[in-house]
Design a protein around this ligand. Sequence first.
Ligand code: SF4
Length: 320
Amino acid sequence: MKIYGPVPSWRLGNSLGVDLVEPPKSYSKICSYDCLYCQLGHNAFRTIHPKHMDIAEHEFDVLKTKIKQTKPDYITFSGQGEPTLNLTLGRVADKIKQMTDIPLAVLTNSSLIPNKEVRRGLNKCDLVIAKIDAGTQKLFGKINQPCRGINLNNIVEGIKEIHTRVAIQTLLFSFKKLTNADEESIKSLIEIYKKINEVKPIEIFLGTAYRPSGSEKLMALPPERLEEIAGQINRETKIQVVYYKKNRPVVVGGERSKTEEKDVLDLLKRRPCTKEDLITRFGKGNLEEMIDDFVEKGQVSTRTKQGVMYYSCNNEKANL
Ligand code: SF4
């Protein structure tokens, strides 16, 4: 188990990474996909067979120290490959939960979600960020280059069975003549989002290929197009969409859910924040009304230091 960061994440704030998988020597990653936009290079050890990879006890001590030193907003399973390839994920999540109440997220490519044992592990986390980049098997094959036998429909059915909070993460881009951001592709993605959301309410994290990937031909969408697509998805699905604009997340539509209220209170419990801090972390949406409401109910109190107003959580009144 490798611990890295915390790294700033537009979805998770300060995120402390926990890597549960290690590629064999001379491979750059261990994964069931080889996405066109992957930043880990394309020298992949590809497998769809998850297994138990045990974690030594002293590695949890290292993690404990790191949590104390860095006080992250989230602890996130991610790293040099697909974290669900390690079936020990659930047990590790349980152990982390015993040492801290910082929420746990997992970034998964979704390929193994149809597997019950994998889902059991994911359900131990507070947030599953599940990748879906295409609405058809054909485009999925071209973009994510999955191992043989991985089926998009099975993934969709598996996601419906997850019990914890789920955000679907989609990366939109173009690569030479290929894109998942044209009208037809967006239409098929919308169908997939709707199908999942009917059974399992989700939110959507929409990104584009801003970060370097090793290929000059990989192009991010212009910000206006990303904004337009976020609006279209929200109009047609009524699902809340969060996308990244000018270094901050923007929330489109959707009343904030109880889960989001809890996320804001959880953060204020751990550290006093300014309104600006909270907007940077959660997006504007109706955040200001939410904070005013918390203050009115006495769940959050204010304190001014050197002319700057800070909010913090009153634990007894916030019912955490
Ligand atoms: S799922 Fe993640 S690690 Fe695997 S190939 Fe795609 S981007 Fe890379």
